[in-house]
Design a protein around this ligand. Structure first.
Ligand SMILES: Nc1ncnc2c1ncn2[C@@H]1O[C@H](COP(=O)(O)OP(=O)(O)OP(=O)(O)O)[C@@H](O)[C@H]1O
Length: 255
């Protein structure tokens, strides 16, 4: 499913948090948004998973304005891993993952055998099956993050929107999650702070600065020392990953 942000502007508290953002995420591709703290990345994603309505501009899903879809229909297409955690209730892990089926359920119908299998499979893929009966509020940050990704997967969306999905994850689970994202074939828009992980997983990267898209292109186009200096104020060297050729940044800490 093709995702397109077209001239999206979000204004709040008298200023533009995102200004005239146009970004295309072609069907089946992985596009990353990077940028300094407060540059508008989460705000842009919120417009896609409909926690926010843009002040101007449109988000298109396969050519349909997402605001013309019912919330339920939208949730059958788009699953989101957000930074908003306050809504978590004291459900078990298995119950939390099963909530991902909500947009597909009719009334109070119980999950079908296929849906229960889907939930088990997602929990195994995210390495949380052993936590199935634990309360989500008792989990570590990384365990909880993996449960929420499993919930997104059982939603069987065509588009995944992920706000810092590697947050809290150890290196094994970071690599595992990003490999999984690449293998799903879904259309993926994600925010990442780690530019090297972004280079490893993204087909294209957009760079936000003060709400504006200041660069967009392949990781090799984008992750250059001048851009990193300009946008993040950091000196970096770029080397090519010896096996994949992806650009990787080396930072100097201290003098
Ligand atoms: N409802 C709001 N009212 C006023 N300002 C807001 C609101 N929501 C976000 N902001 C501000 O908008 C800017 C962009 O916020 P946003 O969360 O999109 O940034 P971000 O790029 O995701 O940052 P981070 O990397 O720190 O997660 C920030 O300065 C933030 O304080």
């Amino acid at each position: 499913m093709d995702l397109r942000l077209d001239g999206v502007t979000v204004k709040a508290a008298g200023r533009a948090l995102v200004r005239d953002l146009s970004l295309h995420v072609p069907d089946g591709s992985v596009v990353g948004l990077v940028g300094p703290n407060g540059s508008g990345k989460s705000t842009a994603l919120r417009c896609v998973y409909r926690a926010l309505r843009p002040t101007r501009g449109t988000v298109w899903l396969d050519g349909t304005d997402i605001t013309s879809l019912s919330l339920r229909a939208g949730a059958r297409s788009v699953a989101a891993l957000t930074q908003e955690n306050s809504g978590e209730l004291d459900f078990t892990v298995a119950e939390t993952v099963a909530l991902g089926r909500t947009p597909h359920l009719r009334g109070n119908a119980p999950l079908s055998a296929r849906e229960r299998e889907l939930c088990r499979d997602a929990m195994e893929r995210m390495d949380v099956a052993h936590l199935a009966d634990r309360g989500v509020l008792t989990l570590s940050g990384g365990e909880r993050q993996r449960v929420l990704v499993a919930r997104c997967l059982v939603q069987e969306p065509q588009v995944l929107v992920l706000d810092e999905p590697t947050n809290h994850l150890d290196v094994r689970h970071q690599v595992g999650l990003l490999s999984l994202l690449r293998s799903t074939g879904l259309t993926v828009l994600l925010v990442l702070h780690d530019l090297n992980l972004a280079a490893a997983v993204c087909d294209r990267i957009g760079v936000l600065e003060q709400g504006r898209l200041v660069a967009a292109g392949t990781p090799a186009d984008i992750l250059t020392p001048p851009l990193v200096k300009q946008v993040f104020g950091v000196d970096a060297e770029v080397v090519a990953h010896p096996r994949t050729g992806a650009p990787q940044l080396l930072y100097t800490v201290g003098t």
